[in-house]
Write a new protein. Structure first.
Length: 464
């Protein structure tokens, strides 16, 4: 059965920071591509009217991407606004009126999870949930038990097929390109397995701090903020088997199998860090032990990956802003002295630009039989003109395509992997800003050392 497109988009938290920085630009982008032609109803408690809401949209677009006059005028024509408390039935009565004859609305909860229950209950009682889809913003819980509670709240009103749990990272083109690279190229299958790959490492680095969001971050930390969701999504794309079909459930089945094969993180395989000065940030506790950096090792006990360690590293105030994957190959038996050999590698950069590169050994200049490492660049794209991540995921949810969204079992498996160390009081080590984490990170190091992303996108620098 073909999914019918949503005939209205309702977004709660419409005057918040996420809407200001991401959602309004995504809506304008959807209009420019011809992907949005239904009422867009913002809901918030700010004491605003529709004209103030439109002014907020204008200011958002002016500061985040620029205004396309024709698209903005059309967006203004689609915008509606409901001001009211999420606990009050009157707010949802007003929403029902603004929705008009919409029979298949998509409700987007860009609000804190603590408010989900009240909003879902009111949607059900007012009739606004009838025929609707619901789009839920991360973080989806803060551990296994809270994720299950949220799932129970949502499933009490909506079928699983109508629930779209956003991880905007899955809307990024380079992340999706991992599947195309793996399954559309026959040569990749020959080496992308435990027989040839010695280790895989993923670095998600940011060269800035918490940017005034200390109060939020001090309840979230690096493991919850990016590892439990973004980086496990990347791993599932890297490690999954080819799906039997290209429908959303077949693809998501394979991703869940990857997580099921990952044991919980062991304390000995985790190092947490906090950049110097974090506790001076506004909203951060003076004695905070929230990590702004984490490095860890995972195992995937599948036929393809048994025995191959996966290393993850994420943090703030690191030397560069970059997300990069490096798969190191096993060294070949060779007449060249082993100490002169470096591992071949596959390097995939996801941001700020898209790069696929192969590292290999070639003869050094001169007459002697020496070897040096070079890279063969397979793809390089700055990403200009591509669809924004939020534009992609909102459009997919309104179309009813669940491929880019986390299923209930996926979310709970992801929390299962990180939950034990979240509940254990492991040490947090201080590190200087603009460094690659605390010295103690040497306890969790891939064979051959971490590959530190180079700011200009060229050959990785190996940190042994």
């Amino acid at each position: 059965m073909t999914n019918l497109h949503s005939d209205a988009l309702v977004f709660f938290g419409a005057t918040g920071d996420l809407a200001y920085k991401k959602i309004f630009p995504a809506l304008q982008g959807m209009i420019k591509r011809g992907h949005l032609n239904v009422p867009v109803i913002g809901v918030a408690k700010s004491g605003w009217n529709l004209e103030q809401f439109r002014a907020r949209a204008y200011d958002s677009l002016e500061k985040h991407g620029g205004i396309d006059q024709a698209a903005f005028e059309k967006l203004c024509g689609l915008l509606r606004y409901v001001d009211g408390d999420y606990q009050e039935p009157a707010t949802f009565e007003a929403l029902r009126k603004e929705m008009g004859g919409a029979e298949r609305p998509a409700h987007y909860l860009a609000i804190p999870p603590v408010l989900f229950g009240a909003v879902v209950q009111q949607l059900a009682q007012s009739g606004c949930a009838n025929g609707a889809r619901i789009i839920v913003e991360k973080p989806f819980g803060h551990d296994v038990s809270s994720a299950r509670e949220l799932n129970q709240i949502l499933l009490g009103v909506f079928d699983e097929a109508k629930i779209f749990r956003i991880d905007h990272y899955l809307g990024k083109r380079p992340v999706n390109n991992l599947l195309v690279f793996r399954f559309a190229n026959s040569f990749v299958e020959s080496f992308w397995n435990r027989n040839y790959i010695e280790s895989v490492q993923i670095t998600m680095a940011e060269d800035f701090g918490v940017q005034g969001r200390g109060a939020f971050y001090d309840k979230t930390d690096a493991i919850r903020d990016v590892i439990q969701n973004h980086l496990l999504q990347v791993i599932s794309n890297l490690a999954m088997e080819s799906p039997a079909r290209l429908d959303s459930e077949s693809i998501r089945d394979e991703k869940v199998k990857v997580l099921k094969a990952i044991p919980p993180i062991a304390e000995k395989d985790l190092v947490r860090g906090q950049f110097r000065g974090y506790r001076n940030e506004k909203g951060v506790a003076n004695d905070s032990e929230m990590e702004t950096f984490a490095a860890l090792k995972l195992e995937i006990n599948s036929w393809r990956w048994k025995g191959v360690p996966f290393y993850l590293r994420a943090g703030k105030n690191l030397p560069v802003t970059c997300t990069e994957i490096v798969g190191r190959f096993r060294k070949p038996p060779s007449l060249i002295p082993a100490e002169a050999l470096k591992e071949n590698h596959l390097r995939i950069r996801l941001s700020p630009e898209a790069i696929i590169a192969m590292g290999m050994m070639v003869m050094t200049p001169g007459e002697e039989m020496g070897a040096e490492t070079i890279e063969m660049l397979a793809s390089r794209s700055p990403g200009a003109g591509y669809m924004d991540a939020y534009e992609r995921v909102l459009g997919a949810a309104m179309e009813g395509d669940a491929t880019l969204f986390a299923r209930e079992d996926y979310v709970e498996e992801a929390w299962r992997i990180v939950d034990p160390v979240l509940k254990t009081r492991t040490p947090v080590y201080e590190y200087e800003p603009n460094t690659w984490g605390p010295p103690e990170v040497e306890r969790v190091v891939p064979p051959g050392g971490w590959s530190n992303p180079n700011v200009n996108g060229q050959l990785v620098a190996v940190a042994a």
